[in-house]
Design a protein around this ligand. Sequence first.
Ligand code: ZN
Ligand code: ZN
Length: 180
Amino acid sequence: MYIRVTEIPGGGLDVFASRGRASIPRILEGMNPAPLTVCRLVAADLLLSVDSGDILAEGSFEAEGESPCDRCSEPVSVRFGKAFHTVLSPQGQGPKGTGPIELHADDLDVGYYDGKGVEVNDIFWEQVALDIPVKVVCSESCLGVCPACGANRNREACSCESHAAPGPFDVLKNLKGKKE
Ligand SMILES: [Zn+2]
Ligand SMILES: [Zn+2]
């Protein structure tokens, strides 16, 4: 959904209130949400306003997706979201007044636009990409997969441990035992 600067009124544009919310579940279509396998927005809000040529984008989103468990690879549902506040300056010009470093100190994102308008999907892609959970586990107590036989240890107890070759710590223990 492309919004031209000239379409943004003085009081700001509530994008989804004026254009409808039907597009929200499709905003992330085409995005690679890795390491998630799927990801879509379930809620989104965006208020665009113009200040001396800069576009201010204030919004929030809630996304849901699926990720393989980092330990056992079983699919896990994830839900995440946040509020954001971004200043988009016309390409090639710095934000007016304060420098980008000062703006960052206020926890404000700074970006650019082509001077004509903004693609709403891109604004959300960027915010979602920054927030995608990178390590998801199905449970803090997930036992993972046996490296020897590939069995999911949450579901079956394999007997690999008893046949495993001694690890480096066992060797150290033996050496210590011999010295004492
Ligand atoms: Zn797991
Ligand atoms: Zn095993």
